[in-house]
Design a binder for this molecule. Structure first.
Ligand SMILES: [Zn+2]
Length: 448
């Protein structure tokens, strides 16, 4: 057995000073454990022992605008594990003309045999038709309980189609997330900027103002109300959007909300960096104002945000972002973060959130909402041995040159981080130690 000694466990009943034993891929025992001959002992003195962190929103090996994300499942899950994440929920994407069952197979193959952490898939439904609808029960059988639709990009569905998806998911309790931006408005606002000769990255946020998100959040909430279904708002970035969510909850609706660290640490002044540097921060929704940041942080502290994910979607600055040098609308949208989320969250919130809160936002809630609890998201006997031993005394500085993410920059460059994952176990196998991967590819497809 592997025994984690002397740590403070973050359990569903609260903090507990105890040891934890791993047998094969399962948590075998929690308590006062004396190692026997042949047991491997890991010292967690001064550390918190979390159920492995889950990143509920990543894009690995995804084709976007004629290019492919810099991170595939090998480098992406290696980076995730190095930073303390033991499971990612990526998006299998159904392209026009494809079936959702084939899309799942395609994405499972991309991850197979090379994942350093566990991988589950949401299904991004981009071609809604009778066949897609008929395939839903089989997809559920194949382990998919969560879905996503877009209101923007060429993957967008119409309002009517989104309503039909919601209704079709009701019989088996699937949860639908939505990329809430009014795509038609974005297209017009982009055209207006370009017509003025505004081609630099700093015009990107002005083509996707807060109202564009808030309107879409409001619309998606009402579609959920019409269908009598809960909804999941992904990557919330604005105070205006938050107000729409509060209104829907006040009406009695169940609205789950995800936000990301970048929307609570980095503001839109980054788009005005000299030269083309602003392109590094071009993601959608864009980075927002200081006032939005304040509102989102208050919402996290008030318990109004359910999950924190990354929306990791990496493109290299030199080779990929550069495609939009003369037109900001051609910059591939997305930023890297899969490696740094737990540390960045703790940098943002420090002691104003307790370990139990970090556990809830980054492990327990994603496990519950996406159908993995209590196999994942909880330190319990019988749960999967996905475990992150977090050392709050290991202060370090983020450097792109030293990270695992396969991309040439990080928006968190040079920032000092208050703590780091000392040991990261994936299915009972040590996947990373002090930020360095062990090379073990113990990740499995999570059939939910
Ligand atoms: Zn995304």
């Amino acid at each position: 057995m592997k025994i984690i000694k002397n740590g403070i466990l973050i359990t569903p009943e609260g903090e507990k000073r105890a040891d934890l034993a791993i047998k094969d891929s399962i948590i075998a025992e929690i308590g006062d454990i004396s190692p026997a001959d042949g047991d491997e002992v890991y010292d967690a003195g001064g550390c918190y022992v979390y159920p492995g962190f889950i990143d509920g929103h990543t894009h690995l090996d995804l084709e976007v605008a004629g290019t492919v994300t810099a991170d595939d499942f090998e480098s992406g899950t290696r980076a995730a594990a190095a930073g303390g994440t033991t499971c990612v929920v990526d998006f299998a994407t159904q392209y026009k003309g494809d079936t959702i069952l084939n899309a799942l197979e395609t994405w499972k193959k991309k991850a197979e045999g090379k994942s350093h952490c566990n991988v589950a898939f949401h299904m991004a439904v981009c071609d809604w038709n009778e066949k897609t609808k008929a395939d839903l029960p089989a997809l559920r059988e194949a382990g998919v309980t969560s879905f996503k639709v877009y209101m923007a990009y060429d993957t967008a569905l119409t309002d009517n189609e989104i309503l039909e998806v919601l209704e079709a998911l009701r019989p088996f309790g699937g949860i639908l997330g939505c990329h809430c931006e009014n795509g038609a408005l974005v297209t017009e606002l982009q055209k207006a900027q370009l017509a003025e000769g505004h081609t630099e990255p700093r015009w990107h946020p002005l083509s996707r103002p807060a109202e564009v998100e808030a309107e879409a959040v409001n619309r998606f909430c009402y579609l959920g109300a019409l269908a009598g279904m809960p909804v999941n708002i992904v990557h919330l970035s604005t105070k205006l959007g938050l107000e729409e969510i509060r209104a829907a909850r006040k009406r009695g609706q169940t609205v789950y909300v995800e936000s990301c660290p970048q929307y609570m640490l980095l503001d839109d002044s980054n788009y005005s960096r000299p030269g083309f540097e602003g392109a590094k921060y071009v993601c959608s929704p864009p980075l927002r104002s200081k006032e939005d940041i304040r509102a989102l942080k208050e919402a996290v502290l008030a318990g109004e945000i359910d999950t924190i994910a990354t929306d990791h979607c990496s493109f290299s600055y030199a080779g990929q972002k550069i495609a939009g040098k003369d037109d900001f609308t051609k910059i591939p949208n997305g930023a890297p973060g899969i490696e740094h989320r737990p540390a960045v969250m703790m940098k943002i919130f420090g002691d104003s959130l307790k370990p139990a809160d970090y556990c809830r936002l980054m492990s327990e809630n994603p496990a519950r909402i996406f159908g993995m609890y209590p196999k994942k998201g909880a330190l319990l006997t019988g749960s999967d041995a996905d475990i992150t031993v977090w050392d709050p005394a290991d202060v370090w500085t983020v450097r792109a040159a030293e990270m695992q993410q396969n991309v040439d920059y990080t928006p968190f460059e040079g920032m000092e981080m208050p703590g780091r994952a000392k040991y990261v176990f994936v299915n009972g196998i040590l996947a990373a130690e002090c930020g360095r991967p062990t090379g073990a590819t113990a990740g499995r497809y999570v059939c939910r």
